[in-house]
Design a protein around this ligand. Sequence first.
Ligand code: FCB
Length: 483
Amino acid sequence: MERRDLLRSGLALAGASLLPQLTRSAAASAAREPGQFPPGFLWGAATAAYQVEGAYNEDGKGESVWDRFVLAPGKIKNGDTGNVACDSYHRYGDDIALLRTLNLKSYRFSIAWTRIQPSGTGPANARGLDYYDRLTDALLEAGIRPLPTLYHWDLPQELEDRGGWPNRDTAARFADYASIMGRRLGDRIEHWALFNESKAFTQLSYWFGVFAPGRKDALAFLKATHTVNLAHGLGFRALKTANSKLQVGSVYDVSPHIPASDSAADRAAAEAMDKLSNLWFVVPVLTGSYPEGVLPAASQAALLGMQSGDEQTMRADLDFVGLNYYSLTRVAASTQNSGVPGLDVTADWAVGPDEKTDFGWDIYPQGFYDILKRMQQVTGKRPIEITENGAAYNNKPDATGQIHDAKRIAYLRAHLLSLSRAIADGVPVRAYHCWSLLDNFEWAQGYSQRFGLTYVDFDNHQRRTIKESGYWYAKVAAANRVV
Ligand code: FCB
């Protein structure tokens, strides 16, 4: 089932030296002409460990929830797994060569917790640490800023067996892992992201059951959201304790929520869903309290499993905010039961008239501008990095081996124009990462959805070929403007 379908069908509850020029004032200064980016703007690309690394059981790596989940029949399209993926664990040198060819100066990757602590607790696995050491050093040598994300959805299976994210102890385990990483790489990596898309993974993993570990339990979902917020505060302080110079942020998936009609019910549903999706994680972390109007005030603490002092624990004065944008969300009121007693916020996703990508996601570049303006009201003057934006188009090589993906170029161009407008209008965005450097394992879709600037031949030793969009993006990065 596609992510969008599942939401439609059941969304009930609703290296410091590399960045000398990236000052806040440079990022905030108005772009001179449409599509022109401020001096010092950082161009990059993103990947995530389980989606590209492969080597799922090498060098002491433990089992993650995704290693387990992909084995369950019917969960992943075509029965695909990330066991080999792009084989980046062995071919990271090729990936870095691609980044260089594309003129990119920032690489957002993620660290697999199970390489570091195979069972999620206890001492670090030296061979796992060594891998990220090698990757970091090779990036720095290539003049590319490493931007690691500590958690991109691959929880150690053993922690899931102890209750997973709905178990508040997982927050403390995450902080231990963050501390190990900060102590090992904090001397070379300045910018860190704690989590990727807290909203997406808590909903899809614990409520709708389509992502690992595949649980379908609305209450477990709510508890997971709170543990993840606690983990933000604890993880933030663990990194700062490891090295006070570290700049720590987190990555949030955001999307404008548009009522499917003008009816009062649809408008109310859109408003509640906006809070639950766009604000539910970043607001508690920045302010210590949850947005009102989603859960009943009287039962909110019980539903989330909140304890006294949690408001302080989850608070973190993030140094920067990462935002991922792909599409808009059209919300219709639903009569469906949320599955949580007392919770009456319900909504369905509606289909809009917009053109779709091959994944079926609406193409809505204006939404990029709108959501940036909206999120800035929450994040204030903090620097923003676009940590993901991109589109799935499944073009194959032509007879000469070239990959012509004009639609991806059109998507990226339109979104970059929106972004440059938002910057000109004062949103302090300092970096943009295209999702993705490579075609890769797209979660429940397996290898059927290709987001890469680079084509990967999964049947032929993961051979990489830069697509037309990659060459186009390289020109944008070199010119610092949309071409
Ligand atoms: C985002 C995920 C990323 C990738 C893209 C297409 O939600 O963070 O891993 O799957 O979608």
